[in-house]
Design a protein around this ligand. Structure first.
Ligand code: GLU
Length: 551
């Protein structure tokens, strides 16, 4: 009996690998183009680390005129959940990171290198497994799970490495005839790789992110095809990334220790190995301890969290680039209005030890990102978010013209307002501008330096009767507040007050504060002149009346 006959017995009906080699030719791309992928398992939770990986992968692919594709790794069917693929596809879409190729919905895909869903590639893996058997580089293993368990115990007792390797790899020593006989007798089996490696020899690997790493060679005869006919991750990775012509495998560093095995698989299959870039996990500072962002403990670990909070996709991406390359921050300082795509991202400048994730910083970045949006953009995005998350805000935004006026306050200038970090902040930020809300609300007016009833009453009365004029420009408007301050015995200039504090009870700023609080119930608001312009005289009068009533 020959290996060829053994292979035919095991996989009688699969195509020759030549068929696939021709079907999926080398890609015709410009020199230096990076082909890379996001290859998640559809387990129902899209982790921010996955988005981070995709962003890195997509960025380098786009920059080099390469390809970024989405492959779904669903060969472990026990772990699969309903909507798993849809969740992944939608997350990428939400972040404007749809792949160039691969799955675009639960069932549809685009691109010439598919199928991009591993469970649909069974025949392909089997062709390559057959090829390995034909070459004597893979063999059927008949060990039962109980035998596997026994082997492990023996190895532990003998204090040697556990696993299926060398002298412990019982089935690798059967003759072809013995293998054939067992198969014909109906014994169950898996297919194992016959590793040519030796543990006492070292291999050198140059990782794009981690740099030079030395490993002992792989000597484990790992399973490549399971008893259900589907491949293991390792084998599928080699076959897929070869046939999909991946140039760079960008993945989580939990796979770094598998590199010796993967390089060996590529070598034995006769494939050119891709470059590897292993990304360290995103870390979090937890009371002084650095630990991985955890699906269980940290809500911000879920990609869905950002959508729920209304953090714009662009802000999340901008922040992730910030932690991916430390030079981003400097670049941003010098290129305030540039698109993130223009940043010269570099894979090998990524942190070896794991970027630190900081929600406060992310929200700060988000404030800046939102400050650059036009009122119209803020309006659209906030409304879209509100429609699924906040009925009251949706109603408030129904009056588009008025809402736009509010959102336009201190926007579109050189120092735009930075008080919105996420769409869920918008309601609190603008609610006081709506008369139906403000006039009916229970307001506690937080008066400051000027806090006596008499003075407040007088300021509000005098202001509306004598000084306020809707037609005034900003300078005249402020001059009038100064005059009002002077008329009431307050310093008209802050400087003057500071020089002669004993002469005055307070100054013009304190008078403004009274007006601001009476108008809005708040000490902190955007520009009061603009607020008054938007509110209009009627509303101002009503607000002052309300304030006086509550004095
Ligand atoms: N399915 C693997 C995972 O989710 C993919 C690893 C890879 O990118 O190769 O961890």
């Amino acid at each position: 009996m020959t290996y060829k006959e053994l292979a035919d017995l095991i996989f009688p009906n699969v195509k020759d690998i030549k068929y696939y080699e021709e079907k999926y030719p080398e890609r015709n791309l410009p020199e230096g183009a990076i082909v890379t992928r996001f290859a998640p398992s559809p387990t129902g939770f899209v982790h921010i680390g996955g988005l981070y990986q995709s962003l890195v992968a997509k960025t380098v692919a786009n920059k080099t005129k390469g390809v970024f594709f989405l492959r779904v790794e669903d060969t472990d069917q026990k772990r699969e959940v309903e909507n798993g693929i849809t969740d992944i596809v939608n997350s990428l879409k939400t972040f404007d990171m749809a792949p160039d190729e691969g799955m675009i919905s639960d069932t549809e895909e685009i691109g010439n290198y598919g199928p991009y869903k591993q469970s649909l590639r069974k025949d392909i893996y089997q062709s390559y497994a057959k090829y390995m058997i034909e070459m004597g580089k893979a063999y059927p293993c008949f060990c039962t799970p109980e035998e596997g368990e026994e082997l492990r115990k023996k190895q532990e007792a003998a204090k040697v490495r556990t696993g299926y390797y060398g002298v412990w790899a019982k089935c690798r020593n059967y003759s072809i005839d013995e293998m054939v006989e067992k198969i014909k007798n109906g014994e169950e089996y898996v297919i194992r790789f016959k590793s040519p490696g030796r543990e006492d020899r070292k291999i050198k690997h140059k990782d794009v992110i981690k740099g030079n790493v030395d490993f002992p060679e792989n000597d484990q005869d790992i399973v490549i095809i399971k008893s259900d006919g589907l491949p293991t991750y390792h084998f599928a990775h080699a076959v897929d990334d070869h046939l999909m012509r991946t140039t760079h495998v960008i993945r989580s560093d939990e796979w770094l220790s598998s590199v010796p095995l993967h390089l060996q698989l590529f070598q034995e299959l006769g494939f050119k190995a891709p470059k590897y870039a292993h990304i360290s996990p995103i870390m979090k500072n937890d009371n002084g301890n650095k630990r991985k962002l955890s699906k269980r403990k940290d809500p911000e670990a879920a990609v869905s969290y950002y959508e729920e909070m209304g953090v714009p996709a662009l802000a999340v991406k901008e922040y992730l680039l910030n932690i991916a390359n430390s030079s981003f921050e400097n670049w941003r300082r010098q290129n305030k209005d540039a698109k993130i795509e223009d940043f010269d991202f570099s894979l090998n400048k990524m942190s070896v030890s794991g970027a630190l994730f900081d929600m406060v910083k992310l929200l700060d970045v988000s404030k800046i990102v939102i400050s650059k949006f036009s009122a119209e953009e803020v309006y659209k995005k906030a409304l879209k978010w509100a429609e699924t998350h906040d009925e009251e805000l949706t109603k408030m935004l129904e009056n588009k013209e008025y809402s736009l006026k509010i959102l336009n306050i201190e926007r579109g200038n050189s120092k735009p307002r930075k008080d919105i970090a996420k769409w869920s902040d918008v309601k609190d930020n603008i609610i006081y501008m709506y008369d139906d809300k403000f006039l009916n609300a229970n307001i506690e007016y937080p008066y400051q330096i000027i806090n006596n009833k008499e003075d407040i009453n007088k300021i509000l009365n005098l202001y509306i009767e004598k000084y306020y004029n809707e037609e005034d420009d900003k300078q005249t408007w402020f001059e009038k507040i100064k005059e009002l301050a002077g008329q009431m015995g307050y310093a008209k200039e802050v400087k003057e007050f500071k020089q002669n504090p004993e002469m005055y009870k307070a100054h013009v700023g304190d008078v403004s504060t009274v007006l601001r609080i009476a108008l809005t119930g708040r000490t902190n608001t955007p520009d009061m002149y603009e607020i008054m312009q938007v509110l209009g005289k009627d509303s101002i009068i009503k607000r002052f009346q309300k304030a006086r009533k509550i004095l």
